[in-house]
Design a protein around this ligand. Structure first.
Ligand code: FPP
Length: 242
């Protein structure tokens, strides 16, 4: 069975996805420019990646840049791209040493060629790492992926629901398939999905926190997982022993 055929109730470790929101407000609250919030946000990424394996997380998907984020001011977009470059350059040796496999999901054709090269090199360098799979979503849009997936599947009217589901699930991933999301966390107080992992979150538990992303630490991640553990996941079935 391929990984993409695994439902969230059939896998071992957790797949946690995070919408890292609130960098701009965090900065404004301190009288700083939005960019300073993104810089602090990059530090929070490091902390969360470090804390993840010991919290039972196998796969961590972080929403770093949505396809709609291209509409932000040019200066902010450039800063974010610079932070991604810096992260890849400065962290890759450490990620490898810690057994973290890095993958970038999303479109690559609109990224600068040197960034694409860095992404490819980082993926290659960490390919054999198995302690944690870190997926950064950059120029990512679930709807765009769904549209391409439907195009790919349109001709396959011969397939039953399960096979078509598998095909769509595979087409939804720009790289390798990943298991369904168990827990989706959004920081920054907003309560929406913003075109993130819409297919993979079919049965995800949702945790929204008012904490701004730059203030997010390992303890907040542990708290979100503890809330997740107290939920009764039924996947459309009735609770056991009822
Ligand atoms: C949302 O906050 C955050 C982003 C669009 C960018 C996320 C980027 C980082 C966390 C830093 C760099 C990442 C890596 C992987 C090195 P917002 O700007 O929308 O905040 P606001 O809602 O308060 O304005």
């Amino acid at each position: 069975m391929t990984q993409s055929a695994l439902r969230a109730d059939e896998q071992d470790g957790l797949h946690v996805a995070i919408i890292m929101d609130g960098n701009g407000r965090w900065a404004r609250e301190r009288g700083r420019r939005r960019e300073s919030g993104h810089r602090e946000g990059a530090k929070a990424v490091r902390r969360v990646v470090e804390a993840s394996p010991d919290l039972g997380i196998d796969v961590l998907t972080l929403y770093a840049f949505s396809s709609d984020n291209w509409q932000r001011p040019q200066r902010e977009v450039q800063l974010l791209m610079k932070l991604f470059r810096r992260y890849l350059k400065s962290e890759i040796a450490e990620l490898k040493a810690e057994g973290v496999r890095l993958q970038v999901i999303g479109r690559r054709d609109r990224l600068a060629p040197d960034l694409v090269r860095l992404i490819e090199e980082s993926e290659e360098a960490t390919q054999i790492c198995r302690r944690l799979s870190l997926r950064l979503a950059v120029d990512y849009s679930s709807r765009d992926l769904l549209v391409s997936a439907v195009r790919a599947a349109a001709a396959r009217t011969d397939l039953d629901r399960a096979s078509l589901s598998l095909l769509l699930g595979q087409a939804m991933h720009t790289e390798e398939p990943a298991p369904d999301v168990d827990l989706l966390i959004r920081t920054g107080g907003e309560k929406r999905l913003s075109d993130f992992l819409l297919w993979e979150c079919a049965y995800a538990e949702l945790v929204f926190t008012d904490r701004m992303w730059p203030d997010f630490q390992g303890d907040a991640l542990a708290q979100a997982i503890s809330e997740y553990s107290s939920r009764n996941r039924r996947f459309g079935r009735v609770a056991e022993a009822s």
